[in-house]
Design a binder for this molecule. Structure first.
Ligand code: SAH
Length: 209
């Protein structure tokens, strides 16, 4: 089957079927070939309904989770977005299609190295990549209208909430290796609302040097 057809099927069977309906998110998923972001020996698994291993013990997120997090985050064309945990760059590319600019941080230099070339191949120019701890390294670009973390802390870092703009939203998995949930934080002035969403399993958020 052609990769385009596989991508379309993945979107229909795994994503729309589970309730993600936002047109902009679905169009963004259509425009990013997932197989480009998967290690070459796993290309045949690119459209499977689960996470896949990356180098250095990290993972590329399950397609449905990428779609769900993006839909809940609602990035718009004026938004400045912070992403923590670039990994393969797949989620980064989806966010870049929807937002004005994406600042994406990855702790592992080996992973970050390949991402720029993949984004270039798709003509994506509105991403700033950084190697280091995403909780800190883009502080001087704050506030962000949206923050997405692909790595799970045990508690929400105050420093991330501080980088959220008024009206901004943050989606982040929180918890231990065995028990994690996605949370949505929304800032209204000084007030921060928090809502628990689906159970998930992400790699732990680690502290940078
Ligand atoms: N959305 C990515 C998920 C990658 S897994 C994808 O689908 O490819 C999460 C990534 O977070 C890992 O690559 C890990 O190295 C990175 N990470 C963990 N703690 C981090 C931190 N404090 N700052 C930046 N990246 C971090």
């Amino acid at each position: 089957m052609r990769a385009d057809d596989s991508n379309e099927r993945m979107i229909r069977d795994q994503i729309v079927a589970r309730g993600v309906t936002d047109r902009r998110v679905l169009d963004a998923l259509r425009s990013v070939p997932r197989e480009l972001f998967v290690p070459s020996h796993l290309r045949s698994c690119a459209f499977e309904d689960g996470p896949l291993p990356l180098e250095r013990g990290q993972t590329i997120s399950q397609p449905f989770i990428v779609a769900l997090m993006t839909e809940v985050l609602r990035p718009t064309a004026n938004d400045s977005v912070l992403e923590i945990g670039t990994g393969s760059g797949y989620q980064t590319a989806i966010l870049a299609r929807l937002a004005r600019v994406v600042y994406s941080a990855e702790l592992e230099p080996d992973l970050a190295r390949d991402v720029r070339a993949r984004l270039d191949q798709l003509g994506i120019t509105n991403v700033v990549l950084g190697v280091g701890d995403g909780v800190h390294i883009f502080r001087d670009q704050a506030p962000f209208n949206a923050i997405l973390s692909a790595a799970a802390p045990l508690e929400v870092p105050d420093e991330l909430l501080e980088q959220l703009a008024d009206g901004g939203r943050m989606i982040i998995p929180i918890g231990s290796a065995d028990l994690q949930f996605l949370y949505l934080f929304e800032r209204q002035g000084k007030e921060i609302k928090r809502r628990q969403l689906d159970p998930v399993r992400f790699v732990p958020l680690r502290s940078g040097p």
